[in-house]
Design a protein around this ligand. Structure first.
Ligand code: ZN
Length: 136
């Protein structure tokens, strides 16, 4: 498992500039300084959904297994009751994530185009467990 710092450094450099990451909700691939602050505060390891790249910071963010225990690898948007919620390819997931770029840009000093966001995700997503086999 990656440490937070490894993950942070290898993650596309999205910054939300928000006072509270919670307000971003489904803007899963946006790492912000707030997370880093919280990480230090609680000395927790931040993991990322191995399907969409959303930070998994608390139990409520996690998906669920068949027996309703939390799944440590995937977020609740991607994985529920032991199955992926959507049968998609990596490319489809990237497209799905890319629709949140405009929302992200509103609150950020760094403005990304749709294409820039997609190209950053294309580099990052093949490292996630769900897509590893697909891209090998
Ligand atoms: Zn996810």
């Amino acid at each position: 498992m990656k440490t937070f710092t490894d993950a942070y450094n290898s993650y596309p450099k999205f910054r939300c500039g928000c006072p509270d990451f919670e307000i971003l909700k489904y803007n899963f691939y946006y790492l912000c300084d707030c997370i880093e602050i919280k990480q230090n505060e609680f000395n927790m390891e931040v993991r990322f959904c191995q399907s969409c790249g959303m930070p998994l910071r608390q139990t409520e963010d996690l998906g669920t297994n068949v027996d309703q225990t939390p799944n440590e690898d995937f977020c609740r948007f991607c994985y529920q009751d032991g199955n992926f919620t959507q049968d998609v390819t990596m490319e489809m997931m990237i497209e799905h994530c890319a629709q949140f770029v405009d929302e992200f840009n509103k609150d950020s000093a760094q403005k990304l185009t749709h294409e820039e966001a997609i190209s950053q995700m294309r580099e990052y997503f093949p490292h996630l467990k769900r897509w590893k086999n697909e891209t090998e």
